[in-house]
Design a protein. Sequence first.
Length: 342
Amino acid sequence: MQISDIKDKIDNAPEYKFLKTNPQLGDSIIMLGVGGSHAYGTNIEGSDIDVRGVAMNSKKELLTTNNFEQVVNNETDTTIYSFNKLVQLITNCNPNTIELLGLRDEQYFQLNDLGKQLLENKNIFLSQRAIHSFGGYANSQLRRLQNFLARHEYSQGEKEQHILGSIKHSMWAIKERYKDYGEDGFKMYVDKAETEDLDEEVFLDFNLQHYPLRDFRSIIGEMNSVVRGYEKLGKRNTKKTEEKVGKHAMHLIRLYLMGIDILEKEQIITYRENDLELLMKIRNGEFQYEDGKFRDEFFELVDEYEKKFNYACEHTNLPKKPRIKEIQEFQMEMNEAWIQKQ
C-alpha cells in the first residue's frame, strides 16, 4: 500500500473517524504521520498500517491536573500523544517516538503551523541519551535473536557477553538517576564461571567510598532486572519468535543506523532510503539458513555496526544531558500559542 492510499484511508475509512470525533483529538492534532515499517520503508505486502501523531492539551487540561497523555486505538494501530507527553519521551530520545520527527514530507498526513514549529525545533531534544535509548533498544532486539539462537548451538559465553552489553547500556540511564560513582565505581566483565551449570558469567568489581546504601541497592536491583529479563526470554514461546526473527534482526541494524545518524550527524532519519536494500535482505531471510539459523555474515554485520555505533558514542558532539531550559521554554511557547488560539 502506497502512502497516498494510507492517507486516503485515514481521511475516509469509518474506523478512523475517531480522529475527528474524539474530543481530545480533532482540531487539537498538530501532527499526524505514518509509523512502523511504512515509516522506515521496510514494509511488505500485508504490513500493518501504524499511525502516530501529536495533539495539544486543551486550555482546561493545561490549567488543571486533568491532562491526557495519549489516545490509543488498537483497531487501527493508532497512537496520538499529547504534546506534553511527547516532549517527555523525546527528551529521553525514545526511539519509538522521536522517529515521528524524522519522516519524509509526504509521510505526514496532517501538519499545521504548530506541528511545523515542532519539526523546526526537533534538534533541541537531541542529547547523549540517544546512546542509552537506541543502544538499549538495539540490545533488546539482539536478546530476542539470542532467544531463538539458543536452540542453535549459541554458546553460553556469548550469551553472557550480550547480557553484559545490556547492563552497560542501562548504566547510561542509571548514572543520571543516582549519585555519581565515578569512572572506577563499577567494573563489569565476563570470566570463567563460579556458578554451577555455567561456563562463563558476568562479574562485578566495585570501588566506592561513602556511597549512599539506598542508591547502591537500587543500582544492583536494576542490573539484576536486566539479567532476569534475559532469562525470561528463553522461557517464552519460540514459534512467534521464529516467525519474526528476520524482522527483529532487521530492526537491530536499523536502530544502530538511526542512532549513528543522531550521534554523528545530529539528524533524525526515519525513512532509511540509503539502507533499504540491506534491511530488506535481512528481513527477507537472506542472512539465514533454511532452519532459521543466522549465517556468520550477519553477526559480522552486527559487530561492524556495533563498532560504528560505539565510535559515534565516543565522538559525538551532542550534549551529555538534554537542554532542559531550552526545551521548557519551547514547550511553554507552544502551549501559550495554543491557548491563544482557543
